[in-house]
Ligand binder design. Structure first.
Ligand code: G3P
Ligand code: CA
Length: 359
């Protein structure tokens, strides 16, 4: 069911067996609404964000890409074809690889598309990525900008008196740079415009791209008189999440160093937290009653960083076999692994879990 960590990775990670709750000083644990309440409504739709807000998530996530006319739009992929009808409306605008890139379309064109629950195309037929979720092509959803979403969240903060934060991720900065666009500067300027400038403001700025995060930390934030919390997302090299251009050819960035002893200390020089894939925290070969915890959380905490793993889903096949149900899945991570927050498509369930613990 789960992709196993590679043998090489296993030898690189020192695995710890932990039988009781970790002892790291408690900070308030958080829930990050992953792409909004995306288990219930199409990911990154304004409706999914409103629902996540109403569910009292602590932070709401925005994945951000750029349009051809330099607007920041909230989409998980730098492609439009997994969640919109772009292929029907602009059949001749695909690139050689058959994909429709957001960066090739103006904001007006993107806003004119219909958006839907995520789908795959198999044998020419569209099938929902998650069969039990909101049905594809029903109702009327649109792509929106980062500014639209911040204004909605800040507006709700005013009208409800709550104070819910944002958790933007710059998507594929290497790709944007290759296309002549600086997505980091653009996103930071928007954050500054809306008052997110210091570490005490309710924003986490996340990226899978370590070199870009270092550039942000050491160059861009000082230039913009900002100092916000940064989160290093951790991927498997094989996912091709971050690419590096060598002699004009894109090759996968090698994440292996992030699993070696001392890596968390290294990351802590430029980041305030890490966002690992959850099997990097609880090893996938764990069994009921015999959980295998990696050293990641302990080492991140020792280096002064928070840990927010992704992505907690309760769809079929998404709860690991070592957990009896979604709540045990959350308990293992929040309490036994002692993470500081989780990204979940079902923020209500994580919020309820944490609230029940306080009683
Ligand atoms: O940003 C945390 C989590 O969202 C990373 O995965 O691919 O859903 O952006 P992804
Ligand atoms: Ca993300």
């Amino acid at each position: 069911m789960f992709k196993k960590l590679s043998n090489k990775k296993k030898t690189l990670m020192s695995l710890l067996m932990i039988s009781s709750a970790a002892s790291f000083a408690q900070v308030e644990k958080i829930v990050v609404a992953h792409r909004g309440a995306s288990g219930y409504l199409p990911e990154h739709s304004m409706e999914a964000k409103s629902m996540a807000y109403a569910m009292d998530a602590d932070y709401i996530e925005q994945d951000v890409v750029m349009s051809s006319d330099d607007f920041l739009v909230v989409l998980h992929d730098h492609y439009l074809d997994r969640v919109t009808n772009v292929a029907d409306i602009y059949p001749d605008r695909q690139r050689k690889d058959g994909r429709y890139y957001a960066i090739d379309f103006t904001l007006a064109e993107i806003k004119g598309l219909k958006m839907t629950e995520a789908f795959n195309i198999k044998d020419g037929e569209q099938t929902a990525v998650y069969a039990q979720r909101f049905p594809i092509w029903k109702s009327d959803f649109k792509v929106h900008t980062l500014e639209d979403e911040i204004e909605m969240i800040q507006g709700l903060n005013k009208s409800t008196g709550k104070n819910i934060g944002i958790y933007p991720e710059i998507k594929a900065p290497w790709f944007h740079r290759h296309e002549g666009k600086d997505i980091s500067v653009a996103v930071l300027k928007v954050l500054k415009k809306y008052g997110y400038t210091s570490k005490t403001d309710l924003v986490y700025f996340q990226s899978f791209d370590a070199e870009e995060l270092k550039r942000i930390k050491y160059d861009l934030l000082p230039k913009l008189s900002m100092d916000i919390k940064l989160v290093q997302l951790i991927a498997e090299t094989s996912w091709d999440e971050t690419m590096v251009y060598v002699d004009g050819k894109a090759i996968a960035y090698d994440y292996d160093w992030m699993f070696k002893p001392g890596a968390m200390k290294e990351i802590a020089k430029y980041a305030d937290g890490v966002g690992p894939w959850y099997p990097m925290v609880v090893a996938p070969e764990s069994k009921k009653g015999k959980l295998i915890f990696t050293s990641l959380v302990k080492e991140a905490h020792q280096a002064g960083m928070q840990v927010h793993p992704y992505t907690f889903r309760l769809d079929e096949g998404q709860i690991p076999e070592y957990a009896q149900d979604f709540e045990e899945f959350l308990d293992i991570f929040y309490n036994k692994a002692d993470v500081d927050g989780v990204f979940s498509d079902y923020p209500d369930r994580a919020v309820n879990f944490l609230q029940a613990q306080k009683k």
